[in-house]
Design a protein around this ligand. Structure first.
Ligand SMILES: [Zn+2]
Length: 667
C-alpha cells in the first residue's frame, strides 16, 4: 500500500468508526485503537499536504480560529413553531387540520430538544456550511465549530442528492455539562447556568480546538432536498438515517407516527415523567403533519407553519415551607446561600434543600423565613425556588437578613463590583478556603497524590497537622500513626504518594498552587513561556500580558498571588521540597530561534497553529500574543488579522511565511 492509499484507507476507516461510535452508539474498536489510527493519519497528512481534504476525520480536532462569524442568508426561512402548554389546544390544532383536509391525516410526534437550532448544507455529500438560526432569515456561519462535533458527518454515505440542507438541534449531554462545570469550578471560572447556555456559548467560541473538546452532540431531523423527491417527512428521516446522520429513531420512542388525538396524547404522556431519565434535556413534544402535500396545502402564517405545533411540558412545581437559610463557603471564598426546606416530593425525589445562588436571588423573590415557596426542577441537579405564595405568608414570617460576616471565620464579606456573589476575603485564614486549596493541590489533575482525599485532609486539618499544602511535605509517619484509623499501611501509602508527587511536571505544579484564573490550560502556557517559577515570579504585569493568550485578569491575579507575604512564605517552603518548580527541558530540538519573540497569526497549510507554537518553543523561541516593537517576526498564514498586519508594517517587523519558517528551523 502506498502512503497515498494508506491515507485514503485510514480516512474511510476512521469515518466508519466515528459513525459507529457517535451515531450508532455501537463502537467496534477501543478508544486506544481509534486514537492510534488517528495519530497515524495526522502524521501521514503532514507529510503529504498536497492530499489535504477538508472532510478528513483529522479535521475534527479543530484549530481554525474565527474572529468574526460571517452573517449568511438562509435559503429557506428557519421558522419557529407555535407553542402551547395546553392539551386542549393540541386537540384544536388537530381538529382544525382535519376540518380543512378531507383525507385521513397522519402526524409525526417528535421530542423537542432543548439545544441550539442549526442548519447544515451539504454539497455533493460534503459538509459545506453550518448556520445558526439567527433571526430566522439570516444566521451566523459557524462551520468550523460544527465540524468538530463527532455525530455530524463530514461526508455522507449512500445515495444522497447533490444539494441538501438538514436542520436540527445541537445540545450538550447532561453528563458532559456536569463535568464541564466541575472543571470550570476547579479552574476558578463561573459555571454555565444550564446545558443549553453552555452549548450556545461553546458554538460561538473563536477557537474550534476548544469546541472540539466540549461534549456537544446533535439530532438532525428536518431535510430540505427538493431533488430527492420525498413525499413525506417520515420518508426523509429514513433517508437521512441512511446518509449517516444522527436521526431520532422510533426504536427509542424518540419519534412516532400517530393517526389521531389519542395517539398523540399517548406519546405526550409517555414522556411526561420519563423525560427526566434522558441523558439530555427536552422541553416538550413537536407534532408535525407527515405528508408533504398536506403540509403545502395547510401553508404557514407570518411566523410559523400551520402544519406543526409544539407542546411544552410545564416544569413540575411543588409548594413547601422555607425553614431557614444556611451559607456555604467555597474553595474560592464565594458564599452560596442554601434554603433548608420542609421535605417534599418533586420529580420522584425528596427535596430538602434548594440553592438560592446569591443575595440578588433572595431579594428578587423577597423571601421570608417560614414562607410557602414554589420549587421547580430545571436543568440543574439541585432544585430552585421560583416564587413565593404570598397569599399564604404566615404571621410569624420574617425577612431574610443576608449575612455580613463569614459564617466560618467571621471576616466581613465583600462584594466586588459586577460580581453576583459575596466573598470572604480571608483567603489564607478561612478554614473551608484553606482546606479547599489543599484539596485542589492533591486533586487528580493537579498533584494527583495517592492515599490522600478530602476526608484525610479534613482529619489532618482538624488535628492541626496541616494548614496549607506545604505542610503536607512535613508530615511524619510517627505523628500520623497516632491518629485513630491510620494503620502503618495507609500511612506508608500517603508518604509514598507525596514522594511520587515530586515527579509531577512543573505546569501541573503551577496549576496545583491554586492561583485564581490559572486553570490547567493557562498553567501550561505560563509554564512553557517562563520555564520556571522564579522566572514567572519575576515577571511584571505588562510582561505577563504580552504572553500569548494571557489577559489583564489573569496577569493581575498572578501578580497579586505572588505579592502576598503568606504566599511568598509558602513558595519558599515549597522550594525546600523536591517538587518540580521548573520545566524539564528534554523537549528542546535546537536553539535556532534562541530568545526570538514571535507572533503566530492566520491559518496554515501544513501545520496546526499549536504545533507551530510548540516548534517555536522547542527551537528556543518565545511565543507572544501581540505585535510590538520588541517582536522579532510574525509567522503569518492565510487570513492573518489585518490589524496585526498593519501594526507589523508600521513597526517594520518582518513577516515570515510558513515555508520560510520551515527552512529557518531546518525541518
Ligand atoms: Zn471566611
Amino acid at each position: 500500500m502506498t502512503e497515498q492509499e494508506r491515507i485514503s484507507f485510514l480516512r474511510q476507516e476512521l469515518a466508519k468508526h466515528n459513525y459507529n461510535y457517535y451515531v450508532k452508539d455501537a463502537p467496534t474498536i477501543s478508544d486506544f485503537e481509534f486514537d492510534k489510527l488517528l495519530e497515524e493519519l495526522i502524521s501521514l497528512e503532514k507529510k503529504h499536504p498536497e492530499l489535504f481534504d477538508a472532510s478528513s476525520p483529522s479535521q475534527r480536532v479543530g484549530g481554525e480560529i474565527t474572529k468574526d462569524f460571517t452573517t449568511v442568508q438562509h435559503k429557506t426561512r428557519m421558522m419557529s413553531l407555535g407553542n402551547t402548554y395546553s392539551k386542549e389546544e393540541i386537540e384544536d390544532f388537530i381538529n382544525r387540520i382535519k376540518k380543512s383536509i378531507e383525507t385521513p391525516v397522519e402526524f409525526i410526534c417528535e421530542l423537542k430538544y432543548d439545544g441550539v437550532a442549526i442548519s447544515i448544507i451539504y454539497k455533493n455529500g460534503i459538509l459545506h456550511q453550518a448556520i445558526t438560526r439567527g433571526d430566522g432569515t439570516q444566521g451566523d456561519d459557524i462551520t468550523a465549530n460544527v465540524k468538530t462535533i463527532r455525530s455530524i458527518p463530514l461526508k455522507l454515505q449512500g445515495d444522497f442528492p447533490d444539494e441538501l440542507e438538514i436542520r436540527g438541534e445541537i445540545f450538550m449531554t447532561l453528563d458532559g455539562f456536569k463535568k464541564l462545570n466541575e472543571d470550570r469550578v476547579e479552574a476558578g471560572f463561573e459555571t454555565f447556568a444550564n446545558p443549553r447556555n453552555s452549548a450556545s456559548g461553546t458554538l460561538k467560541m473563536q477557537d474550534s480546538a476548544i469546541v472540539a473538546k466540549r461534549p456537544l452532540d446533535s439530532f438532525l431531523y428536518f431535510v430540505i432536498a427538493p431533488e430527492a423527491g420525498f413525499s413525506s417527512h417520515q420518508q426523509s428521516l429514513e433517508a437521512a438515517t441512511k446518509w449517516g446522520f444522527k436521526v431520532p429513531q422510533a426504536k427509542n420512542n424518540f419519534v412516532r407516527l400517530a393517526r389521531d388525538a389519542d395517539e398523540i396524547q399517548a406519546f405526550i404522556d409517555s414522556w411526561e415523567h420519563k423525560r427526566h431519565d434522558l441523558p439530555f434535556e427536552i422541553d416538550g413534544i413537536v407534532i408535525k403533519v407527515n405528508d408533504y402535500k398536506t403540509q403545502r396545502l395547510l401553508g404557514e402564517t407570518a411566523k410559523s407553519p400551520r402544519w406543526a405545533i409544539a407542546y411544552k411540558y410545564k416544569a413540575e412545581q411543588v409548594q413547601t415551607k422555607l425553614l431557614s437559610v444556611s451559607y456555604q463557603v467555597g474553595r474560592t471564598g464565594a458564599i452560596t446561600p442554601v434554603a433548608n426546606l420542609q421535605p417534599v416530593l418533586l420529580a420522584g425525589t425528596t427535596v430538602k434543600r434548594a440553592s438560592l445562588h446569591n443575595a440578588d436571588q433572595i431579594a428578587l423573590h423577597d423571601l421570608y423565613i417560614n414562607d410557602q415557596v414554589y420549587l421547580e426542577k430545571g436543568g440543574e441537579i439541585i432544585p430552585k425556588i421560583v416564587g413565593v405564595n404570598l397569599a399564604e405568608r404566615p404571621a410569624d414570617a420574617f425577612k431574610i437578613e443576608y449575612i455580613t460576616n463569614c459564617p466560618e471565620c467571621g471576616t466581613p464579606l465583600v462584594r466586588e463590583e459586577g460580581e453576583a456573589k459575596h466573598f470572604c476575603p480571608n483567603e489564607l485564614g478561612c478554614p473551608p478556603q484553606q482546606k479547599g486549596k489543599i484539596e485542589h493541590f492533591i486533586s487528580r489533575k493537579a498533584m494527583n497524590i495517592d492515599g490522600l482525599g478530602a476526608e484525610t485532609v479534613e482529619t489532618f486539618f482538624s488535628k492541626n497537622l496541616i494548614k496549607n499544602y506545604a505542610d503536607l511535605y512535613n508530615l511524619k509517619a510517627e505523628e500520623l500513626m497516632q491518629l485513630e484509623g491510620f494503620q502503618e499501611k495507609s500511612v506508608q501509602n500517603i508518604l509514598a504518594g507525596l514522594e511520587a508527587s515530586e515527579q509531577i511536571p512543573f505546569d501541573r505544579v503551577l496549576y496545583a498552587l491554586g492561583i485564581r484564573f490559572v486553570g490547567e490550560t493557562v498553567a501550561k502556557k505560563l509554564a512553557r513561556h517562563y520555564k520556571s517559577l522564579d522566572a514567572l515570579m519575576a515577571a511584571t504585569k505588562d510582561e505577563l500580558i504580552e504572553v500569548d493568550e494571557i489577559g489583564e485578569k489573569i496577569a493581575t491575579s498572578v501578580i497579586q498571588f505572588f505579592n502576598q507575604p503568606e504566599n511568598k512564605d509558602l513558595i519558599a517552603r515549597m522550594k525546600t521540597t523536591g517538587v518540580q518548580l521548573e520545566m524539564q527541558l528534554e523537549e528542546a530540538i535546537s536553539n535556532k530561534l534562541e530568545g526570538k519573540k514571535i507572533v503566530v497569526s492566520g491559518v496554515f497549510e501544513n501545520f496546526e497553529r499549536n504545533d507551530l507554537k510548540k516548534l517555536i518553543e522547542q527551537n528556543g523561541g518565545i511565543n507572544v500574543g501581540s505585535v510590538s516593537g520588541k517582536t522579532d517576526f510574525v509567522l503569518a498564514g492565510e487570513g492573518m488579522g489585518p490589524s496585526k498586519l498593519a501594526k507589523a508594517e508600521k513597526l517594520g517587523v518582518s513577516i515570515v511565511s510558513e515555508a520560510e519558517f520551515v527552512k529557518m528551523i531546518g525541518l
